[in-house]
Design a protein around this ligand. Structure first.
Ligand code: ZN
Ligand code: ZN
Length: 637
């Protein structure tokens, strides 16, 4: 190819079909437009409608299309930024608008986007003198774009802009790349709007964010929209309300009120975790909720984390911080006695409440809260014990997620660029983590440089029933807190040594994990977790005494059982119990009372036939004991 040949000609040389399908190219390691001129020998890859890189460019190009439609329909709208997103998959664009967009506006904007896409207008890359670009956007009343150009192109003579069709139709300051023309954008949909701030800072200009999603094919788009619809049905805020699990009140922002059934679920998980951790050698402790700032100064949180904490003055002007994490308190417990190497590993587990001062704007349901509890623990180990302890932890994670029937992926995050401590210590720790993962037969990926500044970590992403990922468990090595609290143990050599701390949680926070479970199971919890495991339904008033006997026998057998003796039709009572996702409905009438049986129905609507009460109890107890292997797997809504 002669120098200056645009990449698209390379595609055309290969085949006309490739040229037609091309969206963007990679020249050596850089993603570029198809109009990019080749000036020297390079490795050229033409990207068509597949793979994450092309999809990213495709979605970002759709964000331009959105901004073009908005500025055409609402002249004078100022544009902010419009990136592609991985989660939620799609893109957004921020605007300064006179009034917030309403759903009808989104429909109009989307129709205008389709019109622009059908017209197949060119995305043209232009290079403008910097002062001309600044003047252009200033004249057009776009001070935010001027600010972006000034910040991002300091010291440069020229800036990169992209038009759609021409500069009068739409022009944006952007480094690109984009798809060659709007006609390539076929499957997109605007999803929601929300309020936002310039650069995400509440002190800045308020803006309106429009979210959209885009896929290469309509089939993928429709599948995604169906998944969103399914996610809406499973939304823990909605299901939690329907099942009477929890509530919120504006006078306690970000703090859940656990209603009776939710409390049963919460306590069930808390007790379950205790039964897992006690035999694994954990000591449960309860540390104070309110600490003098001296603790937080020692841990470093007073300087690096104070804005996320609730602080207050107590007694005679004593500055205090409400506990935001358990670690510093556990350091004090460790330091309260002389520890020997024979005491290690020493493991403190704690489930008390924590508070973090999240901005009220980001609070939502159980996933962004101010008050929560963790299934938190800190393992104090010697350098040599790291690998073995981590291997034990991997086993615990396997056990717990297995009991819940959850699948997960594992990521090892290694030394970041900014780190504290010795390089050799890090190398040693990372090698032990890898060995532990391999010894446990655990598949994992490596996130190079993504560890915390105080140590490497292993994170676990749970995949829920509709394919979404939730980061839950974490195992983090920490060399810094033991240093800050001057922790020591006496070694076999009679000398003092510094222990290593492993922060770890399996559920993460109970609140967020319950949100995950609600959405994963769509409220239909497996029998061992269900707040109400069975409900007894007498057909007529005369069956009430027998129904009450059945309830008593089930309760005596340790089952959580309710009685619906309202004077309603049996069909109505069954339907209501199904909506409440009660695993078993036990209908009793003349025949059952005479024979000492119950007519069993499952919540999926199945009639399981008549069973003696003792037989039902034995079956239910076996199902409870089998947990994740139980017969009732997640069901749809
Ligand atoms: Zn762009
Ligand atoms: Zn911790």
């Amino acid at each position: 190819m002669p120098a200056g040949t645009p990449v698209r000609h390379v595609a055309a040389e290969v085949s006309p079909r490739l040229a037609k399908a091309a969206l963007v190219a990679r020249v050596d390691d850089r993603l570029v437009d198809l109009s990019y001129p080749l000036t020297q020998d390079a490795r050229v890859q033409i990207l068509t409608g597949e793979g994450p890189d092309a999809l990213h460019v495709y979605r970002h190009s759709t964000a331009h299309l959105l901004a073009a439609a908005v500025t055409r329909l609402f002249p004078g709208t100022q544009c902010g930024v419009g990136p592609a997103l991985e989660d939620p998959p799609g893109f957004y664009y921020d605007f300064v608008v006179e009034r917030p967009f309403v759903p009808e506006d989104l429909e109009r904007i989307e129709a205008e986007m389709r019109r622009l896409a059908q017209a197949d207008e060119v995305f043209e890359h232009q290079v403008w003198p910097r002062d001309e670009a600044i003047r252009f956007f200033a004249d057009r009343g776009e001070p935010l774009k001027v600010q972006l150009i000034e910040e991002k192109t300091e010291g440069q003579a020229e800036v990169s802009v992209y038009t759609i069709k021409d500069r009068d139709t739409f022009v944006d300051f952007c480094l690109g790349p984009h798809v060659p023309s709007t006609g390539k954008l076929k499957a997109f949909k605007l999803t929601t709007t929300s309020s936002a701030y310039w650069k995400g800072d509440a002190k800045n200009q308020p803006m309106q964010r429009v979210y959209g999603t885009a896929f290469f094919s309509d089939k993928d788009l429709q599948a995604h929209l169906a998944r969103l619809e399914e996610a809406k049905k499973r939304d823990h805020r909605k299901v939690g309300k329907e099942l009477g699990l929890f509530m919120f009140h504006p006078w306690a922002p970000g703090a859940a009120f656990w209603l009776h059934k939710g409390t049963v679920l919460y306590n069930g998980l808390a007790e379950y975790m205790r039964t897992v951790l006690y035999p694994a050698g954990y000591e449960e402790v309860k540390t104070p909720l309110l600490f003098n700032k001296a603790l937080w100064e020692t841990s470093g949180h007073w300087f690096h984390y104070r804005e996320n904490m609730f602080t207050l003055e107590a007694g005679e002007g004593e500055a205090m911080g409400v506990k935001a994490m358990n670690c510093p308190g556990h350091m004090l417990v460790f330091a309260s006695e002389v520890r020997s190497y024979r005491d290690l590993p020493l493991r403190f587990h704690e489930q008390t409440a924590l508070h973090r001062n999240e901005a009220s704007g980001v609070l939502g349901g159980l996933t962004r809260v101010r008050q929560f509890s963790q299934d938190d623990a800190h393992c104090f180990v010697t350098q040599e014990q790291i690998g073995e302890e981590v291997q034990r932890l991997l086993g615990l994670v396997q056990q717990v997620y297995g009991d819940l029937g959850l699948t997960y992926e594992v990521k090892l995050s290694t030394r970041p660029e900014q780190y504290l401590g010795e390089r050799a210590t890090w190398d040693h720790a990372e090698a032990q983590l890898k060995q532990a993962l391999e010894a446990a037969g655990q598949a994992y990926t490596i996130n190079e440089g993504d560890g915390a500044f105080y140590g490497p970590k292993i994170d676990f992403d749970v995949t829920d029933a509709i394919g979404r990922k939730w980061q839950c468990a974490t195992i983090q090595l920490d060399y810094q807190l033991p240093e800050r609290f001057d922790l020591k143990y006496v070694g076999a050599d009679n000398a003092e040594h510094r222990p290593v701390v492993i922060h770890r949680a399996i559920f993460g926070s109970f609140e967020r994990f319950i949100a995950l479970l609600i959405e994963h199971f769509a409220g239909a919890f497996p029998l061992w977790l269900a707040p109400l495991q069975a409900v007894v339904l007498p057909i007529a008033d005369r069956h009430a005494p027998y129904a009450a006997q059945v309830v008593d026998r089930l309760k005596a057998a340790g089952l959580r059982v309710g009685l619906d003796d309202r004077q309603e039709k049996i069909g109505y009572k069954i339907r209501e119990a199904q909506l409440q996702k009660v695993p078993y409905m036990l209908v009793v009438g003349d025949k059952e009372a005479a024979e000492g049986t119950v007519a069993v129905r499952s919540r999926q609507g199945g009639d399981l036939g008549s069973r003696a009460v003792d037989e039902f109890i034995a079956d239910a107890q076996a199902e409870v004991a089998s947990k994740g292997q139980s017969a009732q797997q997640p069901v749809g809504v």
